[in-house]
Write a protein that binds this ligand. Structure first.
Ligand SMILES: Cc1ncc(COP(=O)(O)O)c(C=O)c1O
Length: 392
């Protein structure tokens, strides 16, 4: 039998080309590397910086980023949170019907398990559903423990006034605000201190990075979060409380790169991004609003104060899926149709008969060009004109 070729094996592990001798594989093949520990801490700091979370100097664990937790997805992080958040009998949870299901299901489930009351925060206008402050005010009480809403609906693209909502929610002694920032974070600078939220979550894989997600919790309420970690582990940071093992060492390395991509003055870069995306969304909305056969959902205005470049619509009488297929058959534009995991919004508020078929959603990013969007408008025109108006 040929002997094991150790030099060939070692050649496949580039990290071995240094002085440190790795004898910690039972922990992890590379984790003992000082370089990888430092890179992981640096990634957390990049991630915290991205949303203006505080870096604590006294925190000795992993990094100073003690207000954030990284995990595989927003859905997973939002499942961990309700299990860890302390509650008491009689607590009420106010859940927006505009939520992606990721910010509804875990709260509804814990409410059912613990006998807490769910109050649904609905919306009245089926074409332009919003998280309305007056409607929220009606639902809040001394018993409110949590309000969960999106910063932007991933269907309508409309921006929620979360700063004002945070102020309103915090008038109640135990009430906390959990904001799903997944649909906003690719398009706007996020400053968790400025908006004053208690929890903020978003997915890096929509913010130009790999498939990881991030949860922030204000230090002010860390003592209200129990640790999901083993009893002998420390619970000084949000990560040590909510992250059941570690985030992906490999994937987290992207966060400093995204921060760097935004340049030395991220606010200036964001301003340019907002202005560029605003121009693109104007071209697209001008067309959609002018086309009588299309129903647009969300703000019809292209104002960047009101919306991000995520636009959904239906062509009444035609299946949304058909619109997508027709566009794809004539061009290389790629987008999707469906309820977009915002089933309650599409079903109960927008009121589509065929919820599974859902809406056509076109979402752009700053890398899209004016030429692309003008081309898209041309193809959409052609498709709409060709549709016979079949029944749904
Ligand atoms: C608004 C919104 N929230 C939550 C999620 C879920 O994110 P994840 O896939 O990271 O669980 C999505 C995913 O599309 C989303 O659009």
């Amino acid at each position: 039998m040929a002997s094991f070729d150790i030099s060939q094996a070692r050649a496949r592990f580039p990290a071995l080309k240094q002085d440190q001798v790795y004898l910690g594989n039972a922990g992890a093949t590379y984790k003992t590397s000082k370089a990888s520990i430092a890179a992981y801490a640096n990634a957390y700091e990049g991630a915290a910086k991205f949303i203006n979370a505080s870096l604590s100097e006294v925190c000795s664990l992993r990094s100073g980023a003690n207000q954030i937790c990284l995990g595989v997805s927003t859905t997973q992080l939002l499942h961990n949170l309700p299990t860890a958040l302390q509650s008491q009998p009689g607590d009420e949870l106010v859940l927006s019907k505009l939520n992606h299901e990721a910010d509804t299901a875990p709260w509804a489930r814990i409410a059912e398990r613990l006998g807490l009351k769910v109050k649904w925060w609905s919306a009245t206008d089926p074409q332009n559903p919003v998280c309305d402050l007056d409607e929220l005010q009606e639902l809040l009480s001394e018993k409110t423990r949590l309000v969960a809403c999106p910063h932007v609906s991933n269907v309508t693209g409309t921006i929620t006034r979360v700063k004002e909502i945070a102020t309103l929610v915090h008038r109640y002694p135990r009430a906390l605000l959990c904001v799903d920032g997944v649909a906003l974070a690719p398009h706007r600078e996020v400053d968790v201190k400025d908006i004053g939220v208690d929890f903020y979550v978003f997915s890096w894989y929509k913010v130009y990075g790999p498939h990881i997600a991030q949860l922030y919790a204000s230090s002010r309420i860390h003592d209200q979060i129990s640790s999901l970690g083993h009893f002998f582990k420390g619970a000084e940071t949000l990560d040590s409380k909510l992250n059941l093992a570690s985030a992906s060492y490999e994937a987290t390395q992207s966060t400093p790169a995204v921060v760097e991509y935004l340049g030395a003055n991220p606010t200036t870069t964001w301003d340019k991004i907002v202005s560029h995306e605003g121009g693109l969304q104007r071209i697209r909305l001008d067309f959609l609003n002018s086309e009588g056969r299309i129903t647009v959902y969300g703000e019809r205005s292209a104002s960047t104060e009101l919306r991000v470049p995520v636009v959904s619509f239906t062509v009444p009488g035609t299946r949304s899926q058909r619109v997508v297929v027709e566009v794809e058959s004539r061009s290389s534009f790629g987008f999707r149709s469906g309820p977009m995991y915002s089933y309650r919004l599409v079903d109960e508020i927008i009121g589509l008969k065929d919820v599974e078929d859902g809406v056509v959603r076109i979402s752009m990013l700053h890398y899209n060009t004016e030429e692309e969007i003008r081309g898209l408008v041309g193809v959409l025109k052609e498709v709409i004109n060709s549709l016979p108006g079949e029944s749904q």
